[in-house]
Design a protein around this ligand. Structure first.
Ligand code: HMG
Ligand code: MG
Length: 309
């Protein structure tokens, strides 16, 4: 199959990238990151999460961050909402899209959202109904689609099962997530095939953490299947608080470099994206996790730390 001519990137850096930072990151820095991303041409930005501040303290300023961003026409701002409490709070901030997040593994569902997969679907159902009634699109994340930190291997059929459950409650789009970055192209293809048996191709995306350095290979595999939406995190920021040792998402800069090299349009200005990643890396005092950003910054004569975050 021909590669898609255009790919949509959802930058999840402000949410997935920062949620696991131990030291507080100010709302002002988070807002500046969202602004830098939209100025670089990102048209989809995952801004924050309406989750329990006891579970994820870094996202406790969700209301402040959503209130502080100056929205750009044509950009979709999404937020995570695990339950009605999260939805009710999120709805006051008028997101363009919400994300319910389930898992293909029972153990991860319990650790991450404190309920079984079946219970999670029951919790999501009223959230999805309320969002759709308000004209807001709903994405469903399927964590641990190719491997779980607690259960190990996860069969591809588990992705199909969760996709069907999500479809049954009206979720518009599913994101197949390699939460701990253990996937390799064949495993990812098999999980994707399961999601594609339930959702049309334009409503399936990939979300790859890069722990084992396989994320770009996995994205390339998905491109060959015609999948054209991917999550990524500027400067490779991040990790999941309930997946110990997992590193951040694949760096947005690295994905953009790959896509542009393949002649695929993204609408993103790589230089400005590198600026966005350099600024947030400085703000949180972490080395830049994007290899492409480090190479381009070095070319500009900027001293960069070489080790990954
Ligand atoms: P729970 O403890 O089962 O919920 O948590 P509960 O209904 O029993 O409530 C307990 C307390 O939490 C109560 O407060 C509630 O008010 C409060 P208390 O009376 O004890 O003071 N509470 C909330 N507060 C704020 N916002 C809410 C909310 N809900 C309840 N929405 C819950 C269930 C889901 C809330 C909890 O487990 C939680 O917040 N988990 C955090 C999960 C999370 O954010 N994980 C990281 C994001 S997912 C991810 O990174 C994966 C992804 O990137 C894809 C991938 O890579 O796989 C998307
Ligand atoms: Mg993630």
């Amino acid at each position: 199959m021909a590669l898609p001519p255009r790919v949509k990137i959802v930058d999840v850096g402000p949410r997935d990238g920062l949620q696991n930072e131990k030291a507080p990151v100010s709302a002002a820095d988070k807002i500046a990151l969202v602004h830098a991303l939209q100025d670089a041409g990102l048209r989809e930005i995952e801004v924050t999460s309406f989750v329990s501040p006891k579970w994820v303290p870094q996202m406790a300023d969700a209301l402040e961050v959503m209130a502080g961003i100056v929205r750009k026409p044509g950009v979709r701002y999404s937020v995570l909402t695990p339950n009605m409490k999260g939805w009710e709070s999120a709805a006051t901030t008028k997101p363009d899209e919400i994300v319910v997040f389930g898992a293909a593994s029972e153990a991860f569902s319990q650790k991450n959202i404190n309920c079984s997969i079946a219970e999670s679907i029951e919790r999501f159902a009223p959230v999805v109904a309320a969002a759709r009634a308000a004209g807001i699109k709903v994405r469903g994340a399927i964590s641990c689609a190719v491997g779980c930190p607690y259960e190990g291997e996860v069969a591809p059929e588990r992705t199909g099962m969760v996709a069907r459950l999500m479809k049954g409650i009206g979720v518009d789009h599913v994101g197949v997530a390699d939460t701990i970055g253990v996937g390799t192209p064949l495993k990812v293809r098999r999980a994707m095939e399961q999601a594609l048996a339930v959702y049309p191709i334009e409503e399936v995306s990939g979300h790859f953490h890069d722990t084992y350095g396989q994320a770009l290979a996995n994205i390339h595999e998905c491109l060959q299947m015609g999948i054209a939406t991917f999550d990524a995190s500027v400067a490779g920021l991040g990790g999941c608080p309930y997946a110990k040792g997992a590193t951040g998402n694949v760096a947005t800069e690295d994905v953009v470099y790959l896509l542009h090299g393949l002649g695929i349009e993204t609408g993103i200005d790589l230089d400005r994206l590198v600026d966005a990643g350099a600024a947030i890396s400085r703000a949180i005092g972490k080395p830049n996790g994007s290899r492409v950003a480090r190479a381009l910054l070095a070319k500009r004569g900027v001293a960069v730390a070489v080790e990954c975050a």
